[in-house]
Structure formats: C-alpha cells, structure tokens
Write a protein that binds this ligand. Structure first.
Ligand SMILES: [Zn+2]
Ligand SMILES: [Zn+2]
Length: 84
C-alpha cells in the first residue's frame, strides 16, 4: 500500500496544498490549514463543543473557554492535537 504525500490521517483523504499555499500543514497527520481562518474555525469549533459539553456537565459552574478571532496562540493541530 502506498500513501500519497498529501494524505491527511485525520480526514482520511488526500489534502494537497492549494496553489495559493497553505497557512500551516500539520506534519504529524498531514492536515492542511489553507488559511489562518481555517485554523481559527477549527479551533473555535472544538471550543464550542467543549463549552457545550462543560455546560451539560457543570451547568452554571462551567467557565466557558473564549473563542478566538486570531490564530495567535494556537500552537497545535486541531485534529490530532500535535504541536506545530
Ligand atoms: Zn494534525
Ligand atoms: Zn485533514
């Protein structure tokens, strides 16, 4: 079995880097974040799920995690949690 160098292990598909270039590529799972917004959206999606889960478990005691509007400070892949 041969695996394409573009293969993303998180999405289970080939993710070639777009002609315009990628904002960041995870070297662990191969996921391509084409733009900074892609990374922000992926982060916020996970935080939104975590906040919903926290609210279900802890109700009013839950301290929601803030959503981000910039990728500054997002240092890991949102799919495999590997550091960039
Ligand atoms: Zn990854
Ligand atoms: Zn992917």
């Amino acid at each position: 079995m041969t695996v394409s160098k573009d293969y993303c292990w998180s999405c289970n598909k080939d993710e070639p880097i777009p002609p315009s270039g990628a904002y960041v590529v995870c070297f662990e799972c191969g996921h391509v974040y084409a733009t900074e917004q892609d990374l922000i959206d992926a982060y916020n999606r996970i935080v939104t799920e975590m906040n919903a889960d926290g609210a279900r478990r802890y109700g009013d005691a839950h301290q929601p995690i803030a959503l981000r509007t910039s990728a500054d400070g997002i240092y890991f892949c949102q799919h495999c949690i590997h550091d960039f």
